[in-house]
Design a protein around this ligand. Sequence first.
Ligand code: BGC
Length: 757
Amino acid sequence: MKIYNRLSLLLIIFSVFLSCESKNLDTSKKDIIEDPIENKIDSILSKMSLEEKIGQTAQRGKSSRVKELPADLKEAVRKGQIGSFLNIMNKNDAKELQRIAVEESPSKIPLIFARDVIHGFKTIFPIPLGQAASFNPLLVKEGSRVAAIEASTSGIRWTFAPMLDISRDPRWGRIAESAGEDPYLTSVMAEAYIKGFQGEDLSSPTSMAACAKHFIGYGAAEGGRDYNTANINENLLHNTYLKPFKKAVEAGSATFMTSFNELNGVPASANKYILKDILRDEWGFDGFVVSDWNSIIEMVNHGFAKDEKEAAEKSINAMLDMEMTSTSYHDHLKQLINEGKFSEKQLDTIVKNILRIKLRLGLFENPYFDPNDAILYDKKHLASAQETATESTVLLKNKNNLLPLNSKNKLAIIGPLANAPHEQLGTWTFDGEKEHTITPLKSFQQDDQYTIQYSEGLSYSRDKSTDGFGNAIKAAKSSDVILFFAGEEAILSGEAHSRASINLPGGQEDLITELHKTGKPIVLIVMAGRPITLGNIIDKVDAVLMAWHPGTMGGPALKNIITGKVSPSGKLPITWPKEVGQIPIHYNHKNTGRPVIPEEFVYMDSIPIAAWQSSLGNTSHYLDAGFLPQYPFGYGLSYSNFRYADVSISSTSPKIGDTITVKAMITNTGKIKAKETVQLYFRDMVGSLTRPVKELLRFKKVTLEAGASKEVIFNFSTDDLAFYGPDKIWVTEPGDFKLWVSKHSMDEANELEFTLE
Ligand code: BGC
């Protein structure tokens, strides 16, 4: 590992301290000028030509199909025309490009190498939606630390993660990469990812700059079709979509990425309101913003710019700092400046933003990296990935306590995901290797306690052939229990992989139906990048475990859960629909003037023939699908049971500015040690803008031995109840509130009330 020059290390530590401090202070010029990093930026900038300044705004890639480093790329680096690269995975290429930048380019400014290290580099953790289901930010932080340690051995000091798009639509393929539907949970996860990627000190050679993406509204795509239009009103924008991004700034995210979509008619990559007014002026973000892949020039397709030059003009004026892959800044900025459409002074601000992060990363002192491959797949990394996969798994159904199984059970292991090492890694895993992945089948086979018969039945998730059904049924008949590993291949979720039906694809439902006829109990284990609608088969299976795409160590994690070594503890970070027509369906919806009255609901098949014209039930529901999801947000069973008691609140008439404390005594009434995520929800009963029926306010995951009790204490301030109101400011309005200490978002057994004065 490179040895630091002592003085520069001190300088960096001091400047990081100063820059953190300055976030709490007024970031007026005076404070910035005293920052040694700012002094250094000024000194570098003063020697840069216009061409080099424009060069810093350029991020280029190299196609993995091209083996040699193209000579024109090297030449561009030599001239100072490139500030960053993405996806340079040949270590020699990365080193050579960096050498040219720091030795031969005019100002010797190091490059920053980026990659999508989303849920692990080599050691793959569960997809982010799965990690959110752990409700355990410590594990998430640990996982992103592991990712940074591994990725930095290839010179990657910048990851395009975390994705913080609120996702209410499981048809959208990128829901897999999100933390689900809730702004509070996503904010907690945002902080955990950023702190993990960036480490204690951004200048450490094992730290990666985080990138909060996609700013903003990408998850609100119409119909869940990727890249589609987002119409988000001010209320929703501030109270839901922006919240995790604000948290990202507070957690020190070094960079942001704009989204592909337009927001209310203005593409995000040229949206001054979000990029300048909110991100810079209101939140004080001082890192840099990168476009998404070609998202600047795609504004021509959006119909927002007549050509690439106008697209560049619009993005640069919105202060979008760096352009990913396309070259409109490189091609047109000089001319735009000459024409007075943008000033060199404004460009200086942009270049400063980029240099600031390069300096904070210590790239000037340590431009190269240590290719220490020995730490890839380190034992500790694998253990951490297994723990996260374990805590991410959600038990959704467990009829007659079928799970956990005992070792005497003869098992039939069936299904296309039982032994699919590549598929269980999930989306965005360019670097994970299936050779290192442990599948559930492998895990069971390695343990001679179990009698196993394996028959995949279907060779991949979309397989429609019934050729394998016979053998699978035979295996089932001679076993006690069927473990059916179902789901989606990795490629069916992720970018551009939206689905209009989110049932199990291929012949999986048919095979389950056939297996059900054997009369053997079925444990359905789902590995997928999204909730899967189970309506056609839910009554044919006895237990359901949602494992998401669990990553490298999914096999041992699932085996330990199935066999009862550990109790499942994941909770859903997203409402699970019964059928696709219910989407969008999310727990934190508004009440409407005609909320559902369960007793008055009339199911479609119960309507008399030739019924008199009426509005039947008169509430907001579907005649065929009702009003309930399959499983609510926050839901997840355990092998144990938990009693919630002695729920109390510190004051029933607190004043604005007070801290409020809610306590509850949680007891593990079962026979085994287990973890429980205790959730605190609130409702602001009357607002100057209508408020959601429920909002997650806090949660705590506790571990309890059998029979043990623990008091869970939640503290929150009245600021935590605030919302962005009609006057376009955050307000906490006096009045009546309800609180629930709950097992999930529909559990209202422990209700509290208070009136804010
Ligand atoms: C995705 C980004 C990603 C980028 C670079 C884009 O297509 O939307 O999330 O970071 O590619 O790979």
